[in-house]
Structures are given as C-alpha cells and as structure tokens.
Design a protein around this ligand. Structure first.
Ligand code: 6YU
Length: 527
C-alpha cells in the first residue's frame, strides 16, 4: 500500500533518516551478503534484541540498528555494582544450566561461569534454583520442623508435577493452577489431624506465594492449568554469574560495530505496510518514528518490547493497527510483577548453611482467599528470602521476593517504609524483638518501569500457548505479500516453551534473526 495524501504530507514534515551506509566488516564477520543490504531495525536492547543483532551481524548483515528507549542495554538483565561484587536487579539465575540452554552455552563459551556450574553433576542436577529451605520461619516466631517442611514441599512439588501432566485434550480451559492445588489439598487434608493440617496449610500457602514469584503472577488462580506443562524445565541446578548477568550482555554486544545501538531512543510508532523514501532513492515498507522526532526507514523491524509495554501501548504503537486476534492475545496473555527487596545486614542472624528462608504465616491456607488490604497486608505476600552468594564480595544480603499487586504497591512506598516493615517482619518471624535492622536496602520497581511495566509473562486462564504463537507471527500475515516480514516479534513472551526466561528471550531473538537470514541467503538472491 502506497502512502498518499495526509500521510505523504506527514512524511515530508518528518526528518527521514536512512540507516547509515554499510559498516566495514569486523574480523569476526563472514563475507558481506547481498550488495543491496536489507535495512533491519531492532526495537529494544534486551537479550532478545541484542541476540538478534548479534546473529544478523555474524551472518554478514551490515545494516542493522538497535533502538533502545532507556540509557542502558540489558533490559530486564540488570546487574548493579555492590560492595566488591554485583547484585542482580532483574534476572539472577540461569534456569537449567545444561547444554539445551543457550544462555548457559554462551556463558560457558565466554568463560563467565564458575567451575562448579560447569560440572557434569551440576548440569545433570536437580531442577531449579536453590531450594534448600534450611530455615522455615513462622509468624509466631517458632521454627517449623524440617521434616514437616520436607514432606509438604514434596507434596507441593507433586501437585505441580501432576499439573504439568494435565494435557490440553482433557482440560477445562478455565481451570487454574490455584484451583487445581486447592482440590488436591482438600483431598489430602482428609489424612491430616487438625495440628498437622494447620501447619501443612500454612506451608502450602507460602509455597503458592513462592510459585507466584516463579510464574510472575499475582495469584496462581490466574495461571492456566491446561498449558502449564508446555513450559519446558531444563535440567541443571541454577547458577549465577560472578561478574553479573550483564557480563553476558556485554559479550553479546561486543562484536557489534559502533553506533549499532542507539540509547535513549524511545520508539513511538512503527509505521508498516507503507512506502517510505530513503535518502538513497530506495523505498522502504517500514518507518519507525521516535519520541524525539527522529525517524528511521527499514525493510524489516524486529519488535522486542516487553509484553507489559505492549499491553499499555499496542493500540498506538503500530500503524496500521495490529489484527484483532493479535490485540486480543496481547490483552489476554499474563504479565505480572515480581520484585526483589535486598536487605544488607551487618552480621547475619541466620545459620551459615541457610540458602532460603521461607516465611510461613500461621492461619493461612490455600483454601481461603481473604480480601486483601494492601496498606496493611502487602508484606504478607513476601514468599521468603534467598541468601545471596559471595558474602565476601557483597556482604550479608537477603533477597526477598514479592509478586503481584502487593509487589506493585510496595513500589509506591519509600525505602524507609519498606525497611521498617521488613525489620518488623523479621523480628516477628525470628521471635527476636531486638533484631538489628538492615544497614542498607535496595529494591527493584519493575511495575513502574515505563518500558517494561512488570516482570515476565505467563499463560493466563482462558489462554493457551497458541496466543504466544499468535503474538510471535510476523506481519504482514499474508504469505503472498509483496513485501513480507516487515514487522517481526521477539522477546521472552513470544517463546512458547521458555517464556519468562532469559534463554526464551535469547532464542526468540535468534529465531527472528534466522527468519531474515533464510530470506537473504549469502549467494545474494533474495527468496
Ligand atoms: C531468567 C532469572 N529472574 C527476575 C526479575 C525480572 C525478570 N527473569 P527486555 O525487557 O530485557 O528488553 C526489552 C527492551 O525493550 C528493554 O530494554 C526496553 O527498555 C526496550 N523498550 C521497551 N519499549 C521501548 C520503546 N518504545 N522504544 C525502544 N525500546 C523500548 N529470567 O532466566 N532467570 O533468574 C530471572 C527475573 C525481577 C524482572 C527475571 C529471569 C526474566 C528475564 O529477565 C526476562 O525474561 C528477559 O531478560 C527478557 O528479555 P527481553 O529481551 O525479552 O526483554 C522462599 C522464597 C523465595 C524463593 N523463591 C524465589 C522465586 C524466584 C523465582 N524467579 C526468579 C526469576 C528471576 C530472579
């Protein structure tokens, strides 16, 4: 479709910047491809966007630009210097560090991991992040017996395992993980006496909160049962990056020529299906307009903005608008808030071997959902604390995880308010009214980040993995389109089996880069 009339007028008013002339190839770059290089724009410099840029560059694409809204690269991978080490504000673990995980493979290749992470035992180890609940604290200040905790944790894991085995065919699309766990719990409860039941229900309630942090949701009642098993769990005991997760980002972007990444470039609208004049007499189907008035023309644009941003802005972000089917998927897919509250203590009050502290609120149960008063009760959503590794570098730091509406509410409070609430909670749970308060607090505010608006995606009740695929479909959708693959979609929320993770994000960026690579084979003939 050619742009005429008002659109043409608009065009003449806009400063149209074409992409710069092809960059000189760097040593790692194979032979340049077609003489008339396709112009590719990537929106977002998170791991998906940079992964796509890296792959395109490695395949000889020399006309690639990354436009990033913020003043930094990495997106939801954000490592902050802390003491003599690093603290992660976003992604923390390689989930499933084994050969099937591309983040693990790259990190190993770049020598970014510690030797223990590379061992065969670790790669074949138990699934998941540190799961040794050495200290289960209860709100009465009493410790719960490790045996009870072990049994209930195992029971909870078996509920989730059963949920993963529910297949789409025999499943009610409106069924949630929360309801499934409730049903299993009610059945199991028949075997418990009243004392066991009280502790078991409170423990299950805490484990559900922890699962909200894993799934990135306010409540497990929002997470679809039927698609739960589509998320693929990779083997390996989760590892961290000694020099920060961002050390991986720095490696991925290092071969890109200078000026490939433009920071502080907020994209306002992606105009597609048009005909936009470049300054070399070529016309391009896509034009990206930025908030600062700059515009960029391109043959292809890879959109990697988070689902939270799309939920808020997709109606004005694309012109022409997205199809009703795609809009519906964006609106219905789940995207929740998970935040970290990092507390540094002068001296640890926990035993040296503690990895995780689970907070168990007496009287809570997965079978009852009382209405919440955010101001009073937000702290009760805190699932627990992970004890940060490498205390010799970062000090004695507990990392609290909190998900959902309470997490977003926490962002509205001051550091002092959060710190005094945390001190009160820890005094209550340790039974020590004189426990020294933390000496420093640091927290994330992912809900308030204008270009993220939350933490990560999940498949919501009423939805299925198909919605993930619908979101990932390139535009125009018409196979016979004169200029195909104008707008491509990547980012964690577009990966059907690894959504919510850094490896899902990276794979999605590679997937879209490969889509373009296969369209322009090195022999120069466009297919
Ligand atoms: C993982 C993990 N992890 C914790 C937290 C978060 C996430 N994840 P990006 O957003 O990166 O990039 C898009 C870019 O687009 C961005 O830079 C924008 O600025 C830009 N943009 C937007 N709009 C734009 C515009 N208009 N113009 C231009 N640019 C624009 N993943 O593998 N391991 O440990 C965690 C974690 C707090 C927030 C995570 C983890 C998710 C990943 O971070 C995420 O999927 C990818 O980075 C996304 O990359 P992308 O490129 O798709 O998007 C008892 C007790 C407690 C114990 N239980 C604890 C349970 C905790 C379990 N979960 C932990 C998860 C963690 C820590």
């Amino acid at each position: 479709m050619l742009n005429t009339g008002p659109a043409k007028l608009l065009l003449t008013m806009l400063v149209v910047c074409t992409l710069p002339s092809p960059y000189a190839p760097t040593s790692a770059v194979p032979q340049p491809r077609v003489a008339n290089q396709p112009a590719v724009l990537i929106i977002g410099a998170g791991i998906s966007g940079l992964g796509a840029a890296h792959k395109l560059h490695a395949h000889g694409f020399q006309n690639v630009r990354v436009l990033e809204a913020t003043g930094r690269t990495g997106g939801r991978i954000r490592s902050q210097r802390y003491g003599k080490g690093f603290i992660e504000i976003g992604a923390q673990w390689i989930h499933g560090p084994s050969p099937g995980n591309p983040v693990f493979r790259l990190a190993s290749e770049y020598s970014l991991l510690e030797p223990e992470c590379l061992t065969k035992e670790n790669q074949e180890g138990a699934y998941g992040h540190p799961s040794i609940i050495s200290v289960p604290y209860s709100s009465s200040g009493k410790r719960i017996s490790p045996e009870v905790v072990g049994n209930i944790s195992e029971l909870f894991s078996s509920f989730l395992e059963q949920a993963r085995n529910v297949t789409n065919g025999d499943c009610d699309q409106n069924e949630s993980i929360g309801r499934f766990v409730q049903r299993q719990t009610a059945q199991k409860m028949r075997e418990w006496d009243s004392v066991t039941a009280g502790t078991a229900l409170a423990l299950l309630s805490s484990l559900l909160k922890s699962e909200c942090s894993n799934s990135g949701t306010h409540s497990m009642d929002y997470v679809a049962l039927c698609s739960f098993g589509e998320y693929t769990v990779l083997p390996g005991l989760d590892c961290t990056f000694p020099r920060g997760f961002e050390s991986l980002i720095n490696q991925i972007k290092s071969p890109l020529p200078n000026n490939t990444i433009l920071l502080n470039k907020v994209v306002e609208t992606v105009h597609w299906n048009g005909s936009y004049q470049g300054n070399d007499s070529r016309t391009f189907p896509v034009m990206v307009a930025c908030e600062d008035g700059d515009t960029f023309v391109a043959d292809h644009v890879i959109v990697t903005v988070p689902l939270g941003f799309l939920k808020e802005r997709s109606s004005s972000f694309f012109s022409p608008s997205l199809s009703p089917e795609k809009v519906q998927s964006i609106q219905q897919m789940g995207f929740g808030t998970v935040n970290k509250i990092l507390l540094e203590f002068k001296t640890p009050f926990w035993e040296p071997e503690t990895e995780v502290m689970l907070l168990v609120w007496d009287g809570e149960s997965p079978l009852i959902n009382p209405p919440i008063n955010l101001t009073q009760d937000w702290v009760k959503k805190l699932a627990g604390f992970v004890v940060l590794q490498r205390p010799e570098q970062v000090g004695h730091v507990l990392c609290g995880f909190i998900a959902g509406e309470e997490s977003a509410f926490m962002e509205t409070l001051t550091d002092e308010e959060v710190l005094s609430n945390m001190t009160a909670v820890l005094r209550q749970f340790t039974g020590d009214p004189n426990l020294s308060p933390p000496i420093r607090i640091l927290r994330s505010r992912w809900h308030s980040e204008p270009y993220t608006r939350g933490s990560y995606s999940y498949v919501a009740v009423g939805n299925s993995g198909k919605n993930v695929d619908i979101l990932a479909q390139p535009l125009p959708n018409d196979r016979k389109a004169d200029k195909p693959l104008q707008v491509l979609f990547a980012g964690e929320a577009t990966h059907r089996n690894f959504y919510s993770t850094t490896h899902g994000a990276l794979l999605s960026g590679w997937r879209e880069a490969e889509r373009l690579i296969s369209r322009y084979p090195p022999n120069g003939s466009e297919v």
